[in-house]
Design a protein around this ligand. Structure first.
Ligand code: SF4
Length: 188
């Protein structure tokens, strides 16, 4: 049977209409006291993804996260979350999530599992080496020499998940390392 464009569109509209009717959600019971989060521990947190900084509520049971949703009391998002924030639960509960340090040595084609101590020591060692290699203590401009104590080999980028105290500590740490390139994700 030949299907004209008009008939095709008519059929599509009918199919969409019947789908919309059959997909009608069950009626909510406003009197229900049985919430799925009943009896769970509640914690508030901030979404770590972007600079909007939406508030979230995390529900836990026996120390395990069982639900994450928007915080209706939070002045920024008033309970709403974007698609990324709504999927936050899967970040915490995901069989594909890496929980151990993975290290791939230079020129190697495979990952090795390492301890956190090993990783922290290696990061500290490389940061120290980078700082020492790129440290500029003095600079001469128009014949005058200034003390600058500047580390030109490193930059620090803060993120939206950092709170005031963390930002303070990070900027203090950066300046102690001589880092001049201090930035925040929200300004980029
Ligand atoms: S929920 Fe979405 S908009 Fe809100 S902070 Fe997270 S990523 Fe940003």
């Amino acid at each position: 049977m030949d299907v004209s464009r008009r008939n095709f569109l008519k059929g599509s509209a009918l199919a969409a209409g019947s789908l919309a009717i059959s997909a009608k959600p069950a009626k909510a019971d406003p009197g229900s006291t049985e919430l799925r989060t009943k009896g769970l521990k509640t914690h508030t947190t901030i979404c770590p993804y972007c600079a909007v900084g939406c508030g979230m509520i995390v529900h836990t049971k026996d120390g395990k996260i069982v639900n994450i949703e928007g915080d209706t009391e939070h002045p920024i998002n008033e309970g709403a979350l974007c698609s990324k924030g709504s999927a936050m639960f899967q970040v915490a509960n995901n069989e594909r999530r890496l929980t151990k340090v993975q290290y791939r040595a230079p020129k190697s084609d495979k990952w090795e599992e390492k301890s956190w101590d090993w990783a922290m020591n290696r990061i500290a060692k490389l940061m120290k080496e980078t700082r020492d290699r790129n440290f500029v203590s003095q600079e001469t401009i128009d014949g005058t020499t200034y003390t600058v104590n500047r580390n030109e080999g490193m930059a620090i980028l803060g993120g939206a998940a950092l709170d005031n105290e963390e930002c303070y500590l990070l900027s203090k740490f950066g300046r102690a390392m001589g880092v001049a390139y201090l930035e925040h994700q929200a300004r980029i």
